[in-house]
Each structure stands twice: as structure tokens, then as C-alpha cells.
Design a protein around this ligand. Sequence first.
Ligand code: GLC
Length: 550
Amino acid sequence: MTHDGGSPSAGSVTGDWWDSAVIYQVYPRSFADGNGDGVGDLAGLIARLPYIASLGVDGIWMTPFQPSPQVDQGYDVSDYCGVDPLFGTMDEFDTLLELAHSLGLRVLLDVVPNHCSSAHPLFQQALAARPGSPERDMFHFVEGRSSAPGSASDLPPNNWQSVFGGRAWSRAVPGSATDTQWYLHLFSPGQPDWNWRNPAVGDYFESVLRFWFDKGVDGLRIDVAHGLFKADGLPDAPSATAVVDGLRANPLVSDQEDVHEVYRRWRTLAEKYQPHRLLVGEVNLEPARAARYTRADEMHQAFAFAFVKLGWDPAAWASVGAELEAARQLHGAAPSWALENHDIVRSVTRFGGGTKDGRELGLRRSRAALLALLGLPGAAYIYQGQELGLPEVDVPVEARVDPMWTRGGITRDGARVPLPWTAPPEANHGFSPATGQPGNPWLPQPEGWGRYAVETQQQNPGSTLALVTAAVGLRRQLWDQGVFTADDGGTWRVEDGNLLICERNAKFLVAVAMGTEAVRLPAGTVLASAAPLETDGWLQPDNAAWVLLD
Ligand code: GLC
């Protein structure tokens, strides 16, 4: 294992397993339901682990399953070191971890350090304690402002808006004349923000990390990793909406310099374990800022979300790719690629123009984009169902549960619909057990969902599932043969107006045809393509290829 302390050019390429990793994101509620209550759980996941292993991936990242009132589908944690009965028991988690390891799969968990649930005992103790107490100092409890003399604290302490819509502040004790404090919640009122300026918060999280690392968990995905610290004095934002935009680049609520000290501490801890534990951050910042979180003594990886916001536009992809590459050169860690997750509209729908009519086009593009992604230098993350080419579901309004919908009018439910495992007539498309009378899936599966079923795609060599499995296998071989190395950068360019190219090293490139006409591929051997090539050496629109250079 090579570690290069502070050398900026050496950065976070560590020679560890994760440099070449493909990680499969499991959203447990929607993956597989073991007990028939219509909500996915650990038993369901345990039963389907061999499926994940059959994809050839290196590990899974599980979104939260810890005890939670489920206001934000588990991102409101009331006990960081437990298992919510909705999902199962700690014994089941231990079984899951053991089985995953025996199948060669690493297990990453989600840690949510920016906020907890209002049901968390420490928040409950803070509510019960007096203003100014050490209990309240674990969170941001602040006196409000007054609209007029005598109307004490009837306005929140500042103008910050919640990411989910509405004020980022709620009264500690609504209507109380004696306790006039407000508490900060950048997300829903059920998710109070921790006060990271209080060292007790850092110590508490260190104990949480130790708990899971001691169990043998292989790493953590860090939720809202650029959050945590807020500007001293909690000043007003220049405009109320300025805080909302996904926390992006708002220096008042995110990307404060102090946050880096947290990840230095976590990195030191992660390296006390053998093998070292992986830290990957949800850092929703532009590439140059995000890269600062993967300096040699901080996290190992941060998701490169930059492509998620782009359409089918080769110049934009090349320019963002170049920006990410520049950031890599500055701080060393290769981008960790992801086109989908549980917060983002499915790529089939994004690339298909957002409508049902665009689905075929969207599917072609999403397959091409995924193949491209798997060939880029850096780890790749696949979100459950992406390997099936699932489109975004238009969940009926009355069935939507995302707090972002109720507070802000945007729903993420459409990317979270339970997976189809079997074609009809099995109940819930095989999401729930075939025996008994399973409850309805927690989000309704739309008509025709069975056509995307795992079972159907496993029998079809042209399926998206077959494409992904083959690409992940080939990626492994290319690593083993030394065609891919941890030192690869990415040189981005557009040829002939619409052929996007990322040249990974002197031996290999990825090409995506993003225009309306076929384009000639650079000279070499085509190792893989998202759709069969119609003419040797030419790539049809919306197809992608891996080329071994002559
Ligand atoms: C992250 C999660 C998202 C959640 C939010 C608040 O962005 O991915 O699902 O709502 O944090 O925890």
C-alpha cells in the first residue's frame, strides 16, 4: 500500500481496492422485501446478495437502515448504531455483512453527520434542557428576531431557507412565551442540524464510526459532506433563495474551512483499521472545490456529480470532464463516477427528454453513458435499477412521500420505486415473497414494470443487465492486464463535432456518439459497445464504445 502524506500530486490514489471499484448502491426500502410488508429490508437484501455478486461489482453502498421516524426515508437518524425494525435486526445485519464478505462484496454504509432526527435522544434532551445549556449547544438553538417591540422572537434568527422548501428554522417549543428559541434544520423540521463547532459532536461521531468499523464495515458514504459547519454568527444570506440551491457553493451553510478537519480526523481513524476503511463523500460542489475534500489526508473519494446536470451535449461533457481532470491533477484523487442515485431523476428519463415518448432514445443514451462511465478512470457507482434501464416513474400524487414533495413541490419518489424481479403474475413483480399475501409496495410499481424484470433480462443477451455485467467483467480484466492503472488521467475532446472522447491512457479510450450522424472511431480494436456496431469502425448516434488503441 502506498501512502504519500501531504504530497499534492500523489493525492488519494492509494493502491487500495477502491481505486478500481464498481460499487452498487442499494436503497434497502426498494431493493427486496423479505417479510412481505411491502417495504424492502435486510432479509430481502440477504436473499438477493448473490444477484449483486453476479454483476461482478466490488461492493455495495447501503443507504440508511438505522432507526428513524422515516421523515426523509431514513436520512433522519434517531440511533446511529442500530437497525430500524422496519428493516430487520442487528443480527440480520451481521449475517448480511458476513455473507457479503464471503461473496467478495465490500459493504459501505451511509453516515449522516449534518443532521439527525428530531427523535434522536440528544435532540430530545436538548429540547428538555434550558436555553444556553450544554444539551442545546449540541445543535443550533438561537433566539429569534422580533417583528415589533414586544413580539419577542416571532421571526426566525435569519433568512435561511430549507433545501426541502420553507424556513430552515422551527420554534423549539411552538407558542411558548418563556422558551423563545428556534432550531436550525437545513432539511425538514424533523432533521435538526448538529452544531459541529461543539467538539462533543465530533467525539460523538467518532464513536459512531468506530462502532461500524469495529464490526467490519468496509467504508462510509458521507451524506451532505460539504455541510456540517455554518458561518460563524449565522448571518443572513444575500437572498432567501441563495441558501436553497442544493447547498451548492453557499459559503454560509456549506464548504466552510473547518469541515476539512473532520475528514482529516476520520481518515486517520479509517487508517487505523486493516484493511483501511473507505470514505466517499456526497460533496455537492463544483469540481475544484469538491476536489479539496479528497486531498491526501481527507476522504478517498467524492462523487463527480457534474455530468448529472448535463444534457446530451458533447462539448459540455468534454468541458466538465476537463475540469474534473484538472481537479484530479491538483489533488490526486480520481473522480468517482455516478450518473444516478436515489435523489436524481433516472438517466433513461433525463436523456430521453423527460417524457415517456423519449424512453427508447433515453434507454439507448443511458446504456451508452453507463458503458462510458465504466471505462473512465476512477471508481464507478451504479444505482440499483440502473443496470435494468429503469425509467423514472411518475408516482401518482397521492402516493408520493418524499418530504421534498410535501415541502417543496419536487419529488424524488420516481427514482425509488421498488425493483421488478420477476415478470407478472408474481405479486409485486417479485419484490415481495411469492408466498402469502404481500402488502402493497410502499411506492406503487407502475403498469408494465415487469418488462424490466431481472428475471426477464437475465434471459436476454441484448439486455441492459447483460451489457452492464459484461462491461464490469471486462473492466476487471483490463485492470488485471494492466491496461487500466490507478494513475490514469482522462484527456477529453470532441471529434467531428459530436464524438465525445475520453482518452484514458496511451492504450485505451472511451467514445460516445452524441450527435445525429454516425462518426468514425479512432483506429484500434473495439472491445465493447453499448449497442452492436452497424459498420466496423463507425459509431452510430447514441452508441458508445471502448477502444483499445493501435
Ligand atoms: C442527501 C441524501 C438525500 C437526503 C439529504 C438529507 O442528499 O442523499 O436523500 O434527503 O441528504 O439527508
